[in-house]
Design a protein around this ligand. Structure first.
Ligand code: BV8
Length: 249
């Protein structure tokens, strides 16, 4: 595990850091068997582009199709387990005084792994909200009407996630921007760094003078700007980072 070369200077900075922020994307869940957002979809969903389905227009046009896409994704995630990358981030949280885990993921795997200081920028697959009231609905009838209806007003339920063209929850976004602006070290892990305003967070950290570290097997638009680029899967790099910073010490 620790054969992955982590620059000694980064290890030293991490061990001495008080404020660390992490941004994760779908790549962190890839090793749990959850396909990344832009990976080819399988089966019935192969013919759809996720960015076309994750929009208010798609839901207006065909609420049943969109609800069933999210039900399929919920089922895939239910069969998945947090992986060593998720668990290494739980360990990191325990070593750092002021730690923020900002995720674009909607799969809930960070929470299932045991992360606490979690900011869910794009919502959560396992929550629904009324599309008329824009208010959460804790649990919904699994009847034969798809999508189910709001028990309060009868409006159509929708997944409680942020679609393209929709505003992010203001409190989550402000907390994420504050964490990025005050971090000594900012990690961008498993994200293609394409989706805004999340993709702005590492730039905020860089502008504030933070050490920015990218963990991704592929290059991204961020790669040329970061302080350290660790090119490998999060499920291997993150445990190596924890081992070399706190177990080898
Ligand atoms: C908004 C929830 C204001 C739904 C998602 C500038 C400013 C503001 C807005 C924009 C802007 N420019 C464009 C926009 C519009 C748009 C946008 O950013 N478009 C992009 C495509 C250009 N942004 C928005 O619409 C946002 N809203 O700005 O509101 C507004 C309001 C009205 C009008 C105008 C503006 C809302 C964005 C949120 C959309 N919802 N998800 C759902 O999940 O169904 S985003 C979606 O993409 C997922 O949440 C996903 O998390 C996110 C980002 O993708 P990634 O996580 O990066 O996943 P991806 O598959 O792309 O990449 C995976 C990476 O992992 C790869 O790099 C791969 O190499 C790597 N990897 C693979 N295996 C591993 C690995 N890494 C590590 N280890 C491994 N093993």
């Amino acid at each position: 595990m620790s054969e992955i070369p982590i620059p000694a200077e980064l290890i030293a900075r991490l061990r001495g850091a008080r404020r660390v922020a992490v941004l994760t994307g779908a790549g962190v869940s890839a090793e749990s068997g959850v396909p990344t957002f832009r990976e080819a979809q399988t089966g019935l969903w192969a013919r759809y582009n996720p960015e076309d389905l994750a929009t208010p227009d798609a839901f207006r046009r065909d609420p049943k199709l969109v609800w069933e896409w999210y039900a399929w994704r919920r089922e895939r995630v239910r069969q998945a387990e947090p992986n060593p990358g998720h668990r290494a981030l739980v360990a990191l949280e325990q070593h750092i005084a002021e730690f923020s885990l900002i995720t674009q993921n909607v799969d809930g795997l960070h929470r299932r792994a045991g992360s606490h200081q979690l900011i869910e920028l794009h919502g959560n697959l396992f929550r629904a909200k009324c599309s008329s009231e824009d208010r959460p609905v804790e649990n919904w009838p699994d009847g034969d009407e798809i999508p189910p209806r709001c028990p309060r007003c009868g409006g159509l339920l929708r997944p409680d996630v942020v679609w393209f063209g929709e505003m992010l929850p203001a409190n989550a976004l402000h907390a994420a921007q504050h964490a990025a602006a005050s971090a000594e070290i900012f990690f961008s892990i498993g994200t293609s760094a394409l989706v805004y305003p999340a993709a702005e967070l590492p730039m905020i950290a860089l502008a504030a003078g933070a050490t920015v570290v990218e963990i991704n097997p592929q290059p991204t638009p961020l790669s040329a700007r970061v302080t350290y680029s660790l090119n490998g899967p999060a499920g291997a790099v993150l445990p190596a980072l924890i081992a070399q910073a706190w177990e080898a010490a």
